[in-house]
Design a protein around this ligand. Structure first.
Ligand code: GTP
Ligand code: MG
Length: 362
């Protein structure tokens, strides 16, 4: 109860007055005392999601069309995320990665066969290495569905928990892929028990979390997994208005020696075309060229589709939102306004970093 927590704080020499804010360390200390596990989610990430849900405007409502689902594959390092995506795409990315570790968010459009039809889906591959928490958060915030891969011979590990926390914070449905069932020592039942104990109850046991036992390497049950993805997709009724200026999120960005600054965008609404003027975060520019996930030049990118963009004046930050505006002048103004507000945010962040009020805990 509140009284107990207050008593505990008093015993530590902290005298909160009910409106005082508690910093992260205090919260962690309280949780430790009461044996509660803390999953530290950044409120900014959650905010990013709220913005995502609001990405449709009133004007869009009578022009909405179906859009492909964006599905993020997350999970602990080496549990088989890239191998799964390779199987789905019939490619061999995992084998060519340096040290077998995924470094960035790979975004791919895949035609998934369902009932004799080919349905487009967009998959994001995220790294499981602990150093890439921000990328997983970003993946979760632009996604419609999270596939969390758990190796059946290893079970729940730290980045499994983190992936689940990000998906929950982003409010997206979770599908569990219990992978490596072909291996000696694979124990899918144990993985299901572990997941139940953290509140993810398998559908097969009367819960609401779909769990599919797969081998990403051999291809067992991948069709079941994709069918589950399509079922969850249908329930979401994903729509966007392709007949408007594009907006969305930067999922990766960098500097290419010959091409200059580049950024990978995920279209969340509208259609982006060559020649459009975009502002993203503090960067802006006229789109000189668009490249699809295979590196091929394209003229446009429709909702949900990832595309690499050349023509920005600067390298934006992954996670930045972008939008098309009417002129370079508007773009420059917006980019400058954004830079200014970021400076202010940084100043006020110094004044009150990561504070939680006591009442927000109750
Ligand atoms: P990070 O990107 O580093 O987080 O790893 P990842 O989750 O993408 O794992 P990756 O797909 O690179 O696979 C790691 C290793 O597990 C590779 O050697 C794969 O061949 C192997 N592996 C993946 N899936 C399976 C599977 O279903 N069965 C078996 N036996 N091995 C698998
Ligand atoms: Mg990988």
């Amino acid at each position: 109860s509140d009284g107990e927590i207050l008593g505990f704080l008093y015993s530590k020499g902290i005298k909160p007055d009910g409106v005082q804010t508690l910093d992260r360390d205090m919260v962690k200390m309280i949780c430790k005392e009461y044996g509660v596990e803390v999953i530290d989610t950044d409120p900014m990430k959650v905010e990013g999601l709220v913005k995502k849900r609001e990405i449709l405007d009133e004007d869009d409502l009578d022009k909405l069309k179906d859009r492909p689902p964006v599905i993020t594959i997350m999970g602990h390092v080496d549990h088989g995320k890239t191998t799964l995506l390779d199987y789905i795409r019939k490619s061999k990315v995992a084998a060519s990665e340096a040290g077998g570790i995924t470094q960035g968010i790979g975004a791919y459009k895949v035609q998934v066969p369902v009932d004799g039809k080919q349905l487009p889906c967009v998959f994001l591959d995220t790294p499981g290495h602990e150093a890439f928490g921000a990328m997983r958060a970003r993946g979760a915030s632009v996604t419609d569905i999270a596939i969390v891969v758990v190796a059946a011979d290893d079970g729940i590990r730290p980045q499994t928990n983190e992936a689940i926390a990000h998906a929950k914070a982003a409010g997206v449905p979770i599908i569990i892929a219990i992978n490596k069932i072909d291996k000696d020592g694979a124990n899918p039942e144990r993985v299901m028990q572990e997941l139940s104990s953290i509140g993810l109850m398998p559908e097969d046991w009367g819960g609401d979390i779909p769990m599919v036992q797969i081998s990403a390497l051999k291809g067992n049950n991948i069709d079941d997994l994709l069918e589950t993805v399509m079922l969850v997709t249908e329930l979401q009724e994903l729509k966007a208005n392709p007949d408007r200026r594009a907006k969305g999120t930067v999922i990766e960005a960098g500097l290419d020696k010959s091409k200059g600054p580049f950024a990978t965008f995920i279209m969340q609404n509208g259609t982006l075309r060559r020649g459009d003027v975009v502002v993203c975060g503090e960067a802006f520019g006229k789109v000189r060229a668009l490249f699809d996930d295979g590196g091929k030049r394209v003229d446009e990118a429709t909702p949900s589709i990832p595309v690499q963009v050349i023509g920005l004046n600067n390298v934006p930050i992954a996670g930045d939102e972008f939008e098309v505006v009417d002129s370079l002048d508007t773009a420059r103004e917006k980019a400058e306004a954004r830079a200014e507000s970021l400076r202010n945010e940084r100043i006020s962040a110094k004044a009150g970093d990561g504070k939680v009020t006591l009442s927000s805990l109750a």
